[in-house]
Design a protein around this ligand. Sequence first.
Ligand code: GLU
Length: 446
Amino acid sequence: MIRVRFAPSPTGALHIGGARTALFNFLFARSQGGVFVLRIDDTDKERSNIEFEKDILECLDWLGLTPDEGPTQGGAFGPYRQTERIDSHIEAAKKLESSDKAYKDEKGTVRLRYPEDEIVVNDIICGQCHFRPISLGPEPVILRSDGTPTYQLASVVDDIEMKITHVIRGQDHLTNTAKQQVIFEALGSELPVFAHLPLILGTDGSKLSKRNSEGLVSVREFKEAGFLPEALFNFLVLLGWSHPDAKEQIAIDEAIKTFSLDRVSSTAAVFDGNKLKWLNGWWLRHLPVSEVAEAALPFTDKWQAAIKNRGSKFWENAVSKLRDGFSSLSDAKNIAELLIADNIEVRDDATREYLTEETREVCKKVANAWISLIEQMPTSPDSDSYSEQQFKQLSALLKKSTALSGKALFQPLRVVITGALSGPELKILVPLLPREMLLSRARGFL
Ligand code: GLU
């Protein structure tokens, strides 16, 4: 039975690099009928925090990467927090000391004894990696002087006891692997298969950081910025792996069906924020509209209660008509204001600049003509809004009565209705707005 683990340290929020590691472990497990374990590597007591553990769990769930075994799920190989497994670690350290594979130094810490020979790690992504023990720095501490185990020891002991068959993690762990391989061997255990994932770099070729990743690094930040989990999942799966048919839009089921470690690249992957935005737009247009509407609702901010009052059908209909213009769920806020506010303010600098004394007069003229046309045209009895057809009639009449046409007519009309120079097409937006609201906005402009 294939068993893999994602082993984050709860010393910070789930980073997208960590999420990519979790994702590849998850996909490997799912594609092989294996088990995906979450182990919390909390050996650094000072920096570990239960709030970060919660963040990791929530963000994994949000991405659809819920573990099969872990601190909340439980399982036959628990406990799943390293600090709850200390007895096994200490026992293993004793075993290593008594077989002279480890020794106590003058400071009272227990250190691993390196072999004389080169350490050769066989990695299924990176190939054979050779390490001279001397190049790995001082022999690693496995028990601190206070008797507590370190990550290097705990990781190996837990991997053995949890029957982990494949260790899949970032290439930044390669030197840890060299050290840990020595521990596996010293404990007389079979080695797991090692698969080290390519690093993720920013578009500038340097290590991923806020500066080269759109100012966002944690999964929660991407979530709060309005990215759909489907889009982030899709983006992450392509960071180091490619679909056999070079597909770019990949849902979770498709990824499970087609994933294999032999399509994982050994060279660094580049974080391309534009691609993430593009994928987000694609998923916003292609997911079932009810899902997008639900995901967008929390982004409607102070308009949320009013949107809810209008009923879920109203919001779903609006999202289905307007989502072509969405690039992020956070666009829902603008849209909500457009749909709900009785009076609309001028909404951006470009529009403020546009509104000189002269253009304001034109807008007023259009608003007056628009008001009298609306007053003369009732909506159909079963609706409080105009149909697209009626909006076209109104536009034709407006053209006549103002003697304006094209941009010269529709730009002022758009400003009167929406408070901005750009936004959804009026023939789509106007049928979503009650006639009374059209009137009150136009009157408000005068
Ligand atoms: N807990 C460590 C980390 O978050 C190590 C993970 C591992 O061994 O895979 O980087």
